[in-house]
Write a protein that binds this ligand. Sequence first.
Ligand SMILES: *Cc1c(COP(=O)(O)O)cnc(C)c1O
Length: 394
Amino acid sequence: MRKGRFSQYGGQYAPETMMGALQELEREYRRWRNDPTFEAELAALLKNYAGRPSLLYYAEKMTRDLGGAKIYLKREDLNHTGSHKINNVLGQTLLAKKMGKTRVIAETGAGQHGVATATAAALMDMECEVFMGKEDTARQALNVYRMQLLGAKVHPVTSGTQTLKDAVNETMRAWVTRIADTHYVLGSVMGPHPFPTIVRDYQRIIGAEIKAQILAAEGKLPAAILACVGGGSNAIGAFYDFITDQSVRLIGCEAAGRGVDTAETAATIATGKVGIFHGMKSLFCQDDFGQIAPVYSISAGLDYPGIGPEHAMLWEKGRAEYVPVTDDEAVAAFEYLSRTEGIIPAIESAHAVAHAMTIAKEMTPEQIIVINLSGRGDKDVAAIARYKGVSLYE
Ligand SMILES: *Cc1c(COP(=O)(O)O)cnc(C)c1O
């Protein structure tokens, strides 16, 4: 495989002004990757600060209720700051520190990645600035204040659709104007090489833990692992250590929004075409002229018009499956898991729960399903109430 390529996908389609920074990042990443001191420091942060390993929980009531496969939940929602994002952020911020950087910048959609980055920056004494679409700063005002409490500066982005893709553009632009002291903590398995590889390596711990935990609990591998897919970091993290285990189905759940046959969707595999955007070759939702299409999902974390290049490869090779899940199905699963197991999932994660509910019924009790619960749902409660027409604070 060529450097930074996943079959035809990936690569490094970056402006000249960014190339020096990307080359420095790759060099330093290689240098620290297998350094025992770095590994020990990161392992200690993940254990003592983020709370790893996260639980692999047997959802007994859900299993009994659906009457098919045995269902386990990988509880990334229990990590500090409430999602899988912290795994990658601790890795990249520690790397930035080793590189001698004193400032980190990040894009954020719903604010989960921004909050995680602001958190790591506070802990490791780094300056932090977060770029967030103006539309999203309004929708997620509480997360903006959370980042400010953590000492970060939040920049509302007013270009384009004022959402996540525009925040990525703006963060890339800000990076090239100040590379010497600044590291860009990219939040998913996307962007130009080496980001998709670095982020995957820092999220890989999810699947490594699942493997050890399921073997200890059941003495065998699961029949399927399900995860929601925005850029694809929690999914690739859960999948990676199982790629060579051909008996394990890997299922990514995309946000179909109001349906893949409408314009209000973010299902990249179902509706996208090959293109180049944000420094990588991959699949993107786009119009007939190749312009990136506006995307929509109830879930701000899945509201991205592309997918990480490694997923595009796994899909093309037929090693992983990708299915669209609508807003309605995700909201129903959000309510179902809350009521059945007493666990309120992130609306992103609810997309994976929804598809698991569909396939579990068609499977046998000897078969195991693992759902990666990428985050907790506290942040979504107000939006779900709005969706359901429930008025709060009467
Ligand atoms: C950000 C986020 C996602 C989507 O990002 P991926 O890179 O696709 O994992 C999913 N779930 C939660 C809880 C998130 O915060």
